[in-house]
Design a protein around this ligand. Structure first.
Ligand SMILES: Cc1cc2nc3c(=O)[nH]c(=O)nc-3n(C[C@H](O)[C@H](O)[C@H](O)COP(=O)(O)OP(=O)(O)OC[C@H]3O[C@@H](n4cnc5c(N)ncnc54)[C@H](O)[C@@H]3O)c2cc1C
Length: 449
């Protein structure tokens, strides 16, 4: 029987700087590429496990990977259950399974399921998620500091980021598979706000760092919610793995060489370190990273009312409502929006952070478990770096970061009937004034009153 190898694509839907793919191409066995597509289930009433928009973003990334692999002579097999693979691939014909490893409970279950199917094969692991390889950290994963600033300072003392590795120019005689339609995978076809796939990822990186050099004003604009170029918008590409963080770093260095380094170019590196910090914290803490995971199996009727009001953008607080409408409609929310919505969710509504994190998992195009859980815990003030003062004043934050109210009016046009200075303070008007413009009463009071 002819021997094959498997390259298993996970959150690394690219050929550029993909350690598992590069390792797989070094063997002469024909390659079978496999990827697992998510299934839609219901988490709790009104909340599916994944939105159509996020599923479409993943699908587009897979479509682009499929095309690139096909030109190399390799087929991509898309499955929704690991057990389904046996109908297409004979396990005893597989010598080695190449894959990049990721932390996470679901990810580990998938790995065990693959091992169970290919129990005679060798599994060869690589790592592709972080900017800094664990071997280059300067300390062991168990020694990862609990606080970001200590992590950053230690890393910055010694770190050297490796150069990204180009996609090998190989031609393999692989097995071809046709791509199932998005409908047959259980999702509606919808337009995705951010074009997904490896080429689009590289285009955005080039545009942001080199062509427009917007990165040079990143530190001043990054808290904005209105203009698309306020921040890099690379997160979805990094989360799906259509873009390598080392490619981002190399391009950032190129931009600094061409246009000059400044505080803003440094700040992009600083934010990429946050991403690595949550990843290494997740690796260090393993299942404790999710504690306290007080996910309610059944919401109380009060929780249900509050949760639905947040989901529908009907809380009576414009910054929260505009951001939630944007998220549910497009799959995008700015970092400023996420911090405020999360703070409102946990501190104003007293809803469990794990429910908020699950809601973001459903909708965020850039969802990834380490950044999502790490940030929710941080805002909630739980976990390895607990602090008490992350309660955002959502009215003050609105007037500070959206002084013209352009952002809220885009999502809540009824507020344009009010003078600008009243728009973020609509909760202070009378109920009848709010009802005249068709805006809801606040669902909760302020946490400090
Ligand atoms: C409650 C909450 C949940 C979040 N969930 C996610 C998530 O699921 N996936 C995700 O990628 N980011 C998450 N973030 C972090 C951050 O909001 C997004 O990474 C950022 O807004 C993406 O926009 P950008 O690509 O334009 O980022 P930029 O501001 O341009 O930053 C560049 C890159 O740095 C990384 N980065 C920036 N800020 C953070 C941060 N606080 N934590 C970790 N990495 C960061 C991202 O990879 C980002 O693409 C969350 C933040 C909060 C407060």
């Amino acid at each position: 029987m002819e021997q094959h190898n498997i390259i298993w694509f996970r959150y690394d839907l690219r050929l550029d700087d993909n350690p598992a793919f590069i390792a797989a191409t070094k063997s002469s066995n024909p390659l079978i590429a496999v990827t697992l597509f998510p299934k839609k289930t219901t988490i709790i009433q009104g909340l599916p496990s994944i939105s159509d928009a996020r599923a479409n973003a993943i699908y587009q990334a897979i479509e682009s990977l499929h095309q690139r692999l096909t030109t190399l002579g390799i087929g991509l097999l898309v499955i929704q259950n690991i057990a389904d693979i046996e109908a297409k691939v004979n396990p005893s014909s597989i010598e080695t399974v190449f894959y990049n490893d990721y932390p996470g409970t679901e990810e580990h279950k998938q790995f065990l399921a693959m091992k169970a199917v290919f129990d005679q094969s060798t599994f060869q692991e690589s790592l592709s998620y972080s900017l800094i390889h664990p071997d280059q950290l300067g300390f062991s994963i168990e020694e990862t500091p609990d606080v970001f600033t200590s992590f950053r300072k230690q890393v910055e003392k010694t770190v050297v980021v490796s150069a990204p590795q180009e996609c090998p120019n190989v031609l393999q005689d692989g097995v071809r598979y046709s791509l199932p339609s998005i409908k047959s995978l259980g999702f509606e076809e919808v337009l995705v706000l951010i074009p997904s796939g490896e080429e689009h990822a590289i285009d955005r990186l080039q545009y942001y760092c080199i062509e427009s050099a917007k990165v040079r004003t990143y530190k001043e604009t990054r808290n904005g919610m209105f203009d698309w170029d306020d921040s890099s918008k690379l997160s979805m590409h990094l989360s799906l793995g259509t873009l390598s963080p080392r490619r981002v770093y190399a391009t950032l260095k190129e931009a600094e060489a061409i246009h000059g380094a400044n505080e803003s170019t440094y700040w992009l590196w600083f934010e990429l370190l946050w991403r690595d910090f949550f990843y290494f914290t997740h690796l260090k803490e393993q299942q404790f990273f999710f504690q306290p995971w007080d996910f309610p199996v059944q919401l109380t009727s009060k929780q249900q009312v509050l949760f639905l009001a947040i989901l529908q953008g009907q809380t009576g607080y414009p910054l929260v409502d505009a951001n939630m409408k944007e998220l549910v409609k497009t799959g995008w929310m700015s970092n400023r929006g996420r911090q405020n919505v999360a703070s409102f969710f946990v501190h104003y509504c007293k809803l469990p952070w794990s429910l908020g994190a699950t809601m973001f998992e459903t909708y965020l195009l850039d969802y990834n478990v380490s950044s999502n859980v790490g940030n929710w815990r941080y805002v909630a003030g739980v976990g390895n770096d607990p602090r008490d003062h992350r309660i955002f004043n959502v009215m003050k934050q609105g007037t500070q970061y959206d002084a013209s109210t352009e952002y809220i009016v885009r999502w809540l046009p009824q507020l344009s009937a009010l003078p600008i200075h009243q728009r973020y303070l609509v909760n202070k008007l009378s109920s009848s004034q709010r009802s005249t413009i068709g805006y809801p009463d606040p669902i909760v009071g302020l946490p400090w009153q």
